[in-house]
Design a protein around this ligand. Structure first.
Ligand SMILES: Nc1ncnc2c1ncn2[C@@H]1O[C@H](COP(=O)(O)OP(=O)(O)OP(=O)(O)O)[C@@H](O)[C@H]1O
Ligand SMILES: [Mg+2]
Length: 352
C-alpha cells in the first residue's frame, strides 16, 4: 500500500492549506554562456525565479529559448556561468562535485524519452537507483512496488517495458524518479511524445504526486494545455530571459500579455473591408459570462461576435471574444465596453 512504508511519512505532511509558501527553488541571476566555434551563445541571460514549496510551475517558451539549459543548470549537470541555484536554501552552484552527487538525489528527473532498461521488469527499473545506492533487493523492490502503485501501475510490476504503453512507460519513469525520495521533480517535455488522452493521465499522476507527497514540480513544456491542466504558476522564457511570470490566475487576467493570449487563444476570424476587429477579455472575478454575453448582444447594429473562447483556469472562468464591427461603430463600441469595465484591445492597420 502507498500509505505504508517509506512514502507514508511524507504523505502526512502537506494539506493544501497547511503548505507554507517557503521558496523551494530559487534561481538568482542565473547565467549560462556557451563558447562555440561560431562565437558565444548566451543561453540563460540573468534568470530570477522562485518556486514555492509544493507548487507546480511551468516553463514555456519557443525552441532555443533556453528551457533545457535551465533544467540542466538546475541539476548542475551543466555548470552555470554565474548565479545561484538554491534548492531549499542551499546553493548547489557553490557545492563541490563530491557533495553535489548526494544533493542530486533530492531532485528527480523525468524526460520526454523514458530510457527504461528493456531487459528489466517495471519493478526492477524503479528499484534500480535504490539498488545502486546500496539498498537490499527486498527493501528496494518493496519501495518500488509502492511507487508503482502511486503512479497507477499496481499489478504491472512484473511487466517489461515492451509490454507497456508509452504512457505507462512514462509512469514507470516517474516512479523511478521518485525512488530516491526527492523534494523536487523536474520534467522536461514529459508528454510531448504522447497523445493527448495519455498526456492527461501522465499529468494526473504528476498532480497526484505533487499533492500526495508535497513535491515541488517544475515542468518544461511547449503545450499550453499542460500548463492549463496542472500548473499553479508559469514563466515564459524567451532568448534566455523570463519575460512574464506569475500564478496562473494573475497571468491570464493580464489580458494583453503573451501568456494570457496563449492560455485563452482565439481562432483567427476574417475581418473584411471597412471592418475593425476588437477583442474583449474578462474573468469571472469581475463579470459573469451571462453579463458579458448580454453586453455583447446589446451593442447595436454593425457588430458581430466572430469567435470566442471560455476556459476555467485557476478556479475562475476566463474568456475572450472577438468582435468585428463596422469602422464607424468602432469608437462607440470600444467606449461602451471599456465604460462597462471590460478589457478591450483593438487591432487596426498600422497599430499593434
Ligand atoms: N552545449 C551547448 N553548446 C552550445 N550551445 C548550446 C548548447 N546547449 C544549448 N545551446 C544553445 O543555447 C540556446 C538554448 O538552447 P536550449 O536547448 O536550452 O533551448 P530549448 O528552449 O530547450 O529549445 P527546444 O524547445 O528546442 O528544446 C540555443 O541557442 C542552443 O543552441
Ligand atoms: Mg529543449
Amino acid at each position: 500500500m502507498v500509505a505504508s512504508g517509506g512514502v507514508s511519512g511524507r504523505l502526512l505532511v502537506p494539506s493544501t492549506l497547511e503548505r507554507s509558501a517557503r521558496p523551494l527553488i530559487k534561481l538568482e541571476d542565473l547565467r549560462k554562456e556557451f563558447h562555440t566555434k561560431a562565437g558565444q551563445v548566451t543561453a540563460l541571460d540573468g534568470i530570477n525565479l522562485t518556486v514555492p514549496d509544493a507548487a507546480v510551475h511551468g516553463i514555456v517558451g519557443p525552441s532555443g529559448a533556453g528551457k533545457s539549459t535551465l533544467i540542466r543548470c538546475l541539476t548542475l549537470l551543466e555548470r552555470p556561468t554565474s548565479g545561484a541555484v538554491k534548492i531549499d536554501g542551499e546553493d548547489l552552484a557553490a557545492l563541490p562535485e563530491r557533495r553535489l552527487r548526494s544533493r542530486r538525489r533530492r531532485i528527480g528527473m523525468v524526460f520526454q524519452h523514458v530510457n527504461l532498461f528493456d531487459s528489466r521488469t517495471a519493478v526492477a527499473n524503479v528499484a534500480y537507483p535504490l539498488r545502486v545506492s546500496g539498498q537490499s533487493k527486498a527493501a528496494a523492490q518493496a519501495r518500488a512496488r509502492e511507487l508503482l502503485e502511486l503512479v497507477g501501475l499496481a499489478g504491472r510490476d512484473q511487466s517489461y517495458p515492451a509490454q507497456l504503453s508509452g504512457g505507462q512507460q512514462q509512469r514507470v519513469g516517474i516512479a523511478r524518479a521518485l525512488a530516491s525520495g526527492p523534494s523536487v521533480l523536474l520534467c522536461d517535455e514529459p508528454s510531448s511524445a504522447l497523445d493527448w488522452s495519455t498526456t492527461r493521465q501522465v499529468l494526473e499522476v504528476i498532480k497526484r504526486i505533487n499533492q500526495a507527497l508535497g513535491l515541488t514540480v517544475l515542468i518544461i513544456t511547449h503545450e499550453m494545455a499542460v500548463v492549463r491542466q496542472v500548473c499553479d504558476s508559469v514563466s515564459l522564457l524567451s532568448k534566455g530571459r523570463i519575460v512574464q511570470s506569475g500564478p496562473i490566475a494573475r497571468v491570464v487576467t493580464d489580458y494583453g500579455s503573451p501568456l494570457s493570449r496563449e492560455l485563452i487563444p482565439l481562432a483567427a476570424a476574417p475581418v473584411g473591408e471597412a471592418r475593425a476587429q476588437l477583442e474583449v477579455s474578462f474573468s469571472s472575478a469581475d463579470f459573469s459570462v451571462r453579463e458579458v454575453l448580454r453586453l455583447l448582444a446589446d451593442l447595436g447594429p454593425d457588430t458581430a461576435i466572430e469567435a470566442g473562447t471560455l476556459e476555467t483556469l485557476a478556479g475562475q472562468r476566463v474568456g475572450r471574444f472577438q468582435l468585428v464591427v463596422g469602422v464607424n461603430a468602432r469608437e462607440r463600441v470600444t467606449g461602451r465596453l471599456r465604460e462597462a469595465g471590460l478589457y478591450v484591445s483593438r487591432e487596426e492597420a498600422g497599430e499593434e
